[in-house]
Design a protein around this ligand. Structure first.
Ligand code: PEP
Ligand code: MG
Length: 583
């Protein structure tokens, strides 16, 4: 029976395909149908994985390096969960009744339990859902490590099924999950939770995959292999559509693709307004896969290289100096004389290296915790390796260093001290680099925007990270769909802080850009131009649309309208004013 679900439209475009239900623990695991004859063997695989997981936990508990009482108590809890019928009996029952592989049965039961825990009022008990997830993921890893020929064969059968495209349906997906499946053939993904400015959402847009988040219970309502239409522009999922609806959406999809290719014709056009104001349009990238689209978009450089994506999704250790240097060099060489702004690792929070094991981190408030530059300063060895790699790449082109999440003057000094140390070590090693490499700061903590003087004195350029700036100003978690209506770039306080930051930087003669998502939203282009912004950095797919808007704008007329708009403290009036400006 056909039905429709509504969620947050986080990445535009239309996808039509078959649902592939996955859990974040098991993104690479698909549901595999088994014959009734196979059931007992599958249950035996599951029992073997349980036994090995128990053994592993006992070994961790006995290990001298992990003998702190905290860890001991934590392992005891996991051992207890491992003996609970909810995790031992229920998956067996799922294998028997639903005739599916053990990995799938464990992940289904894990999602069931997590949902039950999340409804508990007591915070302590609610948080135990993390432990359930961790134990289940451990079992799944054990299963995966001995999947054998059966799983491989089954996987092949599933992949060769005649489908237009596969659409991931999940309760939640982390950025690391997305990075680990980015080379597969998924056409779209939809989730029960997640905010529109979360890093997972940014990745979806970056990869031009239609996506909808915050669908609440889509992963319960949608069945595996069901046909789905995902309308990422409107936030609508149509489950099991009839032929007439399918035809309508196929036509709409083709129309969108035609409009998109028309915009591409603007590639070589200059971003100049009607009154001859030149604007720099730069691209945000996450890794080397993004270089080709950047070159095709006509971007004038890279305004933000989110270098942490070189790490996320990889199974092995952190990339060392040489591996990073190779990556930076590839980007710099591809961009020729155009600038490449490499941001130092912005790890932590949802861009977590160890999402499963890092239980301690998850108990705290990671958006306010040891993330980003704070993490880099706390780990000098990793920071030095990255700074050296960036500096080495600076000998080959126009490289700029960008530092995320700074808020305190002493962090600025520590950062420059670390940079000096990296430079001295390269001089000692007689390795070339750009002695005058420009160093910039992201303005994404409200405190930095409100004490901009020190940033203007110390840095060569600034970039406003509105994604985080909005989150921290409005105290709204950017990855939480429950508060997403409150996540508003047009809040009068947000707009006035952005405008003041641009104004102060212009007065001091320090180049400033915006690299948060609002820079790529053509509805806000005129607003930002009117504030005086002349450098925008966005995912490359948005460059043509923003360029078109600039070419149709008269910048000198925008400034007074925007000044008037900023005097208002009424968000709905601001919205109406922007609509008027866009006519
Ligand atoms: C931002 O915060 O606006 C930004 C560009 O950085 P990120 O989205 O990677 O946190
Ligand atoms: Mg940020």
């Amino acid at each position: 029976m056909s039905f429709t679900l509504h969620g947050l439209a986080v990445s535009e475009g239309i996808a039509i395909g078959q649902a592939n239900l996955v859990s974040s623990a098991t993104l690479k695991i698909s549901r595999v149908a088994i014959s009734p004859r196979r059931v007992e063997k599958e249950i035996a695989r599951f029992d073997d994985a349980l036994a090995r997981t128990r053994k592993e936990l006992m070994a961790i508990k006995a290990s001298p390096s992990d003998s702190s009482t905290d860890i001991g108590a934590f392992i005891d809890l996991h051992l207890m969960l491992l003996s609970d019928a909810e995790l031992t009996e229920a998956p067996r029952e799922i294998i028997r009744t639903r005739l599916c592989n053990a990995e799938w049965a464990v992940s289904m039961q894990m999602e069931n339990l997590v949902r039950q825990f999340e409804q508990i009022e007591d915070i302590y008990l609610r948080e135990r859902s993390i432990d359930v997830r961790q134990v289940a993921e451990r079992i799944i890893r054990k299963l995966a490590s001995r999947s054998g020929r059966f799983a491989q064969r089954a996987g092949k059968t599933l992949r060769s099924a005649p489908v237009d495209a596969r659409i991931i349906v999940a309760h939640d997906i982390s950025p690391a999950d997305i990075m680990s499946i980015k080379d597969t053939d998924y056409a779209s993904f939809i989730t029960d939770v997640g905010g529109a400015t979360s890093h997972t959402a940014i990745l979806a847009r970056n990869m031009a995959l239609p996506a909808i988040f915050g669908l609440h219970n889509a992963s319960e309502l949608i069945r595996d292999m069901e046909t789905l239409i995902v309308d990422g522009s409107r936030g609508v999922v149509i489950v099991d559509p009839d032929d007439a609806v399918l035809d309508e959406y196929r036509a709409r999809k083709a129309r969108l693709e035609r409009e998109h290719s028309k915009l591409k014709l603007l590639k070589t056009a200059r971003a100049v307004s009607l009154d001859r104001v030149k604007v720099d349009l730069l691209a945000n990238i996450k890794d080397l896969d993004d270089i080709q689209p950047v070159l095709e978009s006509g971007a004038e450089g890279i305004g933000l290289f989110r270098s942490e994506f070189l790490i996320l999704g990889r199974a092995n250790a952190l990339p060392g100096e040489n591996e990073q240097f190779d990556a930076y060099r590839t980007v710099v060489e591809a961009m020729g004389r155009r600038p490449v702004t490499i941001r130092t690792f912005d790890l932590g929070n949802d861009k977590n290296l160890l999402p499963v094991e890092d239980y301690a981190n998850q108990k705290r408030n990671p958006a306010l915790g040891l993330r980003s530059i704070r993490l880099s300063l706390a780990d000098p060895q990793t920071f030095q390796a990255q700074l050296r790699a960036i500096l080495r790449a600076s000998a080959l082109g126009q490289v700029r260093i960008l530092i995320p999440m700074l808020s305190h003057a002493h962090q600025i000094e520590q950062t420059f001290a670390a940079l000096d140390q990296a430079k001295s070590s390269l001089r000692e090693d007689k390795i070339a680099f750009d002695e005058n490499i420009p160093v910039g700061a992201m303005v994404e903590v409200p405190a930095s925007a409100l004490s901009l003087g020190v940033f203007l004195r110390r840095f060569d350029f600034l970039s406003i990270g509105t994604n985080d700036l909005i989150q921290y100003m409005l105290a709204v978690d950017r990855s939480d769909e429950q508060v997403s209506p409150l996540y508003s770039p047009l809040h009068p306080a947000v707009l006035s802080l952005i405008a003041a930051t641009i104004r102060q930087a212009a007065k001091a003669g320090i180049p400033i850009s915006i690299c948060g998502e609002i820079a790529g939203d053509p509805h806000l282009t005129r607003l930002l131009l009117g504030m005086g912004l002349r450098q925008f950095s966005m995912r490359s797919g948005q460059i043509p649309a923003v360029k078109q808007r600039i070419k149709q704008s008269n910048v000198s007329k925008l400034a007074p309208s925007v000044r008037r708009l900023l005097r208002s403290d009424d968000a709905s009036k601001i919205m109406a004013g922007i609509e008027r400006m866009n006519r």
